[in-house]
Design a protein around this ligand. Structure first.
Ligand code: ZN
Length: 239
């Protein structure tokens, strides 16, 4: 089952549930804990919260683009995106929580008021992919669910809706294929047909386990609850 086959209202609901899941983890952290390092890109939790806030703002720009037809990219450049996160990470706890809440509300407001025709208008992602504006539901879903785990205070892939796990795996394997990475890798999710990343390559490594554990590993968030058989510890990068 793919996220993209769901009706739009349901896709937006899953994005909002992910936002609530992230918000819950964030609320359980003290301002001091926001200073702690996390296992992502050399970031502290403050970098991550700033990034999730600015991601919502960037998606608002795509929805403005879809509505007006005037090109407004997510980010002016990768440098500008990085600078914005670095500056955001200097905000204090209250300001960061406000940034998160405010950008969530803005994105939600844009989604609620988007004209029908604008949902199918083409916009470009930060990776350069042309997508309909409705893709913002999936883009936000990925961000909030995965980064809730990255906060590192109890978020688990096991809490993700099954359809999110399925579609994440599709994205990750698709990204590997596109970059010609992960040849020889086979993912075996209990109860499903094995997925060979590159069917022409001979198998060198098998990763098996429950969906949440395999997707967690594939997303580069650690090997917990998976059986690794072969010569690879870390998965290829997908983003
Ligand atoms: Zn992100």
């Amino acid at each position: 089952m793919s996220f993209h086959d769901l009706p739009l209202a349901e896709r937006l609901l899953i994005a909002r549930r992910g936002t609530a899941y992230f918000a819950q983890r964030l609320a359980e952290l003290t301002d001091e804990q926001l200073y702690e390092q996390i296992a992502l890109d050399g970031w502290s939790r403050r970098h991550l919260v700033a990034h999730v806030g600015y991601n919502a703002a960037a998606l608002c720009r795509l929805l403005d683009w879809a509505t007006s037809g005037v090109e407004t990219p997510m980010y002016a450049s990768a440098e500008q995106r990085g600078r914005e996160i670095a500056e955001g990470a200097t905000l204090n706890g209250t300001a960061l929580r406000n940034l998160f809440d405010h950008t969530v509300a803005r994105l939600d407001e844009k989604w609620r008021n988007l004209p029908d025709a604008a949902w199918s208008a083409q916009v470009r992602t930060a990776q350069g992919r042309l997508v309909p504006a409705s893709e913002t539901a999936w883009m936000r879903t990925r961000e909030v669910w995965i980064h809730a785990v990255d906060l590192g205070n109890g978020g688990r892939f096991g809490d993700f809706p099954g359809v999110v796990l399925d579609s994440l795996l599709t994205d990750i394997v698709g990204a590997w294929k596109k970059k010609d990475l992960g040849g020889g890798l086979v993912l075996e999710i209990n109860g499903a047909a094995p997925i060979a990343v590159s069917p022409e390559s001979s198998i060198t490594t098998k990763i098996s386990g429950q969906p949440a554990a395999v997707v967690r590993w594939a997303a580069g968030r650690g090997a917990v609850g998976v059986a690794l058989d072969g010569d690879i510890g870390e998965p290829p990068r997908w983003l």
